[in-house]
Design a protein around this ligand. Sequence first.
Ligand code: SF4
Length: 277
Amino acid sequence: MNIEDAGSIENHRGREEGFTVYPVYSRRSGGLSIGINLYPDKKCCNFDCRYCEVFPFANSVRFSQTVMESGLRKAIARAAARDVPVKDICFSGNGEPSISPDFAPALLAAASIRDEAAAGADLVVISNGTGLLREDCFNFLEGAVRPPVSARLWLKLDAGSSEWYEKIDGCDIGFERLTAAIKKFSASNGCVIQTMHCSVNGESPSVEEVCSWAELTAEIAKPGNVRLVQIYGKARPSPHDPACATLPSSSLEERAGALQMAFETAGVRCTPVAVYE
Ligand code: SF4
């Protein structure tokens, strides 16, 4: 199935209907984002985030790079025909892109199509960072964030402690191991840090947890390669609702304030912080 069959997809639900390419309006990109979904057949992730928007589904559609390339070209052409700039081409979809065997060739193909047809668009990979634990993937991503691919890696960092990490991300991959890999990568490579701020089973992140997260984020940003920290609230339904819930905007601002204080203490000066309710 490709974008021509899809018509106009207005939200992310299309990715659960077998679509490989799904244009959406993205609040974080501030415009048209063309999503690439490596898992049109089922969710495939090594995290189980309580706020995850992917609802259970299964079908017989398999990822095809040919379909992806054709769908991406068509989506870019349709945007151009409507005079809508493509803000980014984004690998996200129904799971963690870096655990797909199709990830590397698909990213390189998308970079080529971007260069040909949408040179102003960013090429974004939204990842939970676990690919950085594998040497081959770490090395691939290190190359991919540099020219000519120039991908932008957006890394998840929802917690400052293993306790909150296990609660919000539902993952048993060691927190220290994962954050060490993120620190190692960001020490010499550009990236964006993304943090979800929501409650889990009626519990909000504690003051201590927010401080730990702010200090850890400052440590990651200290070498100067983190382009942006995005703190975002839960805005869309998830299968775990209502156990996972939105927090007030004042709470998001407090979290951003804690981060700014940690940045000042650590001497981090050039990393902007954005809040998305
Ligand atoms: S890492 Fe992403 S896809 Fe995986 S469970 Fe979390 S939100 Fe869902």
